[in-house]
Design a protein around this ligand. Structure first.
Ligand code: NAP
Length: 307
């Protein structure tokens, strides 16, 4: 019987830039759709066993079925993960240890923008609670599982440079819209930078990546609460000029499997870093300065969030 060939684009570029992951385990959060799904495809094409960490298990299973159809020889696992709940993060890590005690690539891709819920069940502002606190809590918990040549990759955003902390990082003083999203990615980028600077010798690498802008379900009606007109019009216009989720997954794949070094930041090379093939960029100045002046903002969120 003829097996179905994967319909991946950018194959020559992938071949040049990305290393094979045969025998390796990669985890992707938010792997059921959007950019995370494309990252999972890219990792499967490199022969990794891929763990799909998904908030909604049914969506995770549907993603696994599609991936299996495209990569019949690959192994995929689905594990439930809700970054808005500390208990779910802990359960996820306990399950992960059982199926994969050693992980080689951990890609933190899950995120929200204008979420319907404004507060997490743990009582934090939702956007920062999920994109920063949940992601960091998860990362700190999985670090002991990462192999010595492993990498933790974080999907941030080109608006990280616009994030501000008015009083404390977790203060509920931003409406749950653009400013909260920018703050969450500012904090996440700062966390990656700080981890890379503080990294012990022989520890896994910490690498940031952003996808530019691409049309995914991130801002779909199903996922978002009320959005101002400027945001709806602005994104409709932006989406006319942006690239596919598959192309947007390339900076993240380069961060995970390319020649990235500790503390690198990969992003599209095009105008305003909105589109284009991946390139190493600098962490934005506001992030660099804040890490120097307020390192406590970027510390392990388990110690900065209310119990
Ligand atoms: N699209 C862009 O232009 C763009 C630009 C810059 C950065 N990004 C970043 O790229 C990442 C992926 O976004 P996307 O555009 O691919 O959007 P997406 O399709 O909505 O993907 C987001 C993923 O995160 C998951 N997720 C949301 N809340 C979660 C929670 N509490 N716990 C666990 N998983 C959760 C979603 O699960 P459900 O499907 O169940 O909601 C989904 O799998 C995000 O970090 C986003 O901030 C995107």
């Amino acid at each position: 019987m003829k097996t179905k060939q994967p319909k991946l684009h950018y194959t020559a570029r992938r071949k040049r830039a990305l290393s094979d992951l045969s025998g390796r385990v990669a985890v992707v959060t938010g792997a059921n759709g959007g950019i995370g799904y494309q990252v999972a495809r890219g990792l499967a094409a490199l022969h990794a066993r891929v763990v799909l960490a998904c908030r909604d298990e049914a969506k995770g299973e549907r993603a696994r079925a599609r991936l299996r159809a495209e990569f019949p020889d690959a192994t995929f696992d689905v594990l439930p993960l809700d970054l808005s709940r500390r208990a779910s993060v802990e359960e996820f890590v306990a399950r992960l240890i059982r199926i994969a005690p050693r992980v080689d690539r951990f890609v933190h891709c899950a995120g929200v923008y204008y979420p319907r819920e404004t507060t997490t069940p743990d009582g934090l502002p939702a956007t920062v609670g999920i994109n920063f606190v949940g992601t960091v809590a998860l990362n700190e918990a999985i670090l002991p599982l990462l192999s010595r040549d492993g990498r933790a990759v974080f999907v941030t955003s080109l608006v990280d440079r616009k994030g501000r902390v008015k009083s404390t990082p977790l203060a509920d003083d931003e409406p749950s819209g653009y400013a909260a999203y920018a703050r969450s990615k500012f904090l996440l980028s700062g966390y990656v930078l700080k981890k890379s600077v503080d990294r012990a010798e022989n520890a896994p690498l910490f690498v940031a990546a952003h996808p530019g802008i691409t049309k995914t379900p991130l801002l779909s009606k199903e996922k978002t609460g009320p959005r101002p007109l400027w945001s709806r019009l602005g994104h409709a216009l932006l989406y006319l000029f942006t690239q596919s989720p598959e192309k947007s997954s390339l900076p993240i794949l380069y961060a995970a499997c390319g020649n990235a070094e500790n503390g690198d930041y990969l992003a599209p090379r095009g105008l305003f870093r909105v589109f284009g093939y991946p390139k190493k960029i600098r962490f934005p100045n506001p992030v660099v300065q804040a890490v120097k002046t307020h390192p406590e903002w970027f510390a392990d969120a388990r110690r900065t969030s209310p119990e």
